[in-house]
Design a protein around this ligand. Structure first.
Ligand code: DC
Length: 240
């Protein structure tokens, strides 16, 4: 007897910086036991590598060359050993075997990642890498263009948004928890600048896929967002 092979869906989560994608994606992947791929970490790792090798963030040719040696690996999602009420599943990120989990998270690396991500040769170089990560299905992949460019055929797509003010407040809290103190005004300005850059770049700008399920997290708890997402994925699996 031949067993039917079950291919689990590709789940995409796109949306602007600070809408809660990362937290929602981690909880969703943890809840449904899918692998998590944070594509922003690829652009951040590239930016970090460029900084260490003194390559300018607008040197398209050299950055595309660096992509050839970019080997990013994601660990499994794990809850902290003694989780407090705000703990979220953690994932280790390695770039060329070096643990970059913390070092890629600074606001500077966020903006640098946004800068390198504008360049067509960089996006082209990272496209296949992202498709390879997801080819088997059973993944939650979060980013800006996953449901539109990387996996336009993905089975379940989400677009997570929130007001710019609430995104800035959330970012401030996250940074504070990581020991970085920045004023709300400064973060609001940076969030608006990053939105502008991510939404208005020429290639693969952040936009909603026409078949994405849009969730506004401004006045929703993460629990509600994740419960809604998990139920949509389970509905899909049940029906297919
Ligand atoms: O999600 P993040 O903040 O870690 O992403 C950092 C930057 O990388 C973001 O400002 C834009 C870019 N990015 C992108 O262009 N496409 C993606 N799929 C993911 C991130």
């Amino acid at each position: 007897m031949k067993l039917a092979s079950v291919r689990l869906p590709i789940v995409t989560i796109d949306g602007p910086a600070g809408a809660g994608k990362s937290t929602a994606a981690r909880w969703l992947a943890y809840t449904i036991q899918f692998k998590l791929i944070d594509t922003g970490a690829l652009y951040r790792s590239l930016a970090l590598m460029a900084m260490e090798k003194n390559v300018a963030f607008d040197d398209e040719f050299k950055l595309a060359e660096l992509c050839k040696n970019l080997n990013v690996q994601f660990g499994n999602l794990e809850l902290p050993v003694y989780p407090d009420k705000d703990a979220i599943p953690q994932v280790k990120i390695f770039c060329n075997s070096i643990d970059v989990t913390e070092s890629i998270r600074s606001p500077e690396m966020g903006m640098a990642a946004s800068n390198v991500s504008k360049l067509p040769a960089v996006r082209e170089a990272l496209l296949q890498l992202q498709r390879d990560f997801g080819a088997q299905g059973g993944i939650v992949m979060e980013g800006r263009d996953i449901g539109t460019v990387i996996f336009p055929e993905a089975e379940v797509k989400f677009y997570l948004e929130a007001s710019v003010e609430s995104r800035a407040s959330r970012r401030q809290l996250e940074l504070k928890q990581a020991g970085v103190e920045l004023s709300y005004e400064q973060i609001l300005k940076e969030t608006k600048a990053r939105d502008d850059q991510d939404m208005n770049r020429k290639i693969a700008p952040l936009k909603k896929a026409s078949d994405a399920i849009v969730i506004d997290s401004t006045s929703k708890s993460f629990d509600d967002v994740v419960t809604l997402m998990a139920s949509k994925v389970r509905d899909y699996i049940r029906k297919n």
